[in-house]
Design a protein around this ligand. Sequence first.
Ligand SMILES: [Zn+2]
Length: 287
Amino acid sequence: MPELPDLVYIEKKLRPGVVDQEIREVAVWEPIVLRMGVPGSFSDVLRGMRIRDLHRHGPFLVFALPPLEIIVHFMLAGFFRLEERRSVKRQTGNRLNRDHCFSLLLGSGRSLHYFDSRRMGKIYVIEAGATAEIPGYDTQGTDPLSQRFTLQSFKEKVRGRRHQVRVFLMDQSLMSAIGNAYADEILFDACIHPKTRCDQLEKQQVERLYHSIVSVLRRAVQIVEEADRGIDVKMRDHLKVRNRRGSTCLVCGTTIRRTGVLGYDSFFCPRCQPELRSRLVSWDKLS
Ligand SMILES: [Zn+2]
């Protein structure tokens, strides 16, 4: 699943290739990913439309084609590829592989291909603004990269919450588009065990967590952009704990562990991110 830094990069890279482009031709192989909120078929509705803008709303990419919008939610395995100029036949007529779901041939002669091995991604075509039917769209929380995500607003989100902190971080209605990978990285950066309850966090930990959210995500945006590996690549090799179970912690050398938090795998360093309970025990022993 693309996470926030991936999505920022995808939007930035796609924008010059799709904005102000007319959709000349449409080819569909897997209509299961399409959700039509307007009458007509995907192909008939989009053919001849012009993409006027592209922006991100949390995990959604929004293509504006007034009076319509195409809203893309990649879910687990969806991704785009913008193909270089080739013959029209080659671009729209041929299915490139079994994960290839649809293609839009643009006025420039380039094609925007969508692939999804799981067919779980959703591509909505709606009247602009008619987002009420799109699950999770209107209820997205604050974007952690936006100006609105302040320390004060974060403290208000944390206050009185009894959830485990990792569950809290991934609650899309509070903060938008933090997924499994960056939830782990943020907690590692903040030295907080993933199972710590929000109402057990000390004041300094809440502040540290806020700064880790902002700094980990902003750093990742920069790393993904500088690596520039293409919009169909999920870049993960800069991560310090995610999927590194059994490797040594880059900070202290302890072996990275995995634990389950509400059904999701979470990776952490038991030394850098001590469990609250064990810390209390060790304080008892000291006294
Ligand atoms: Zn460590």
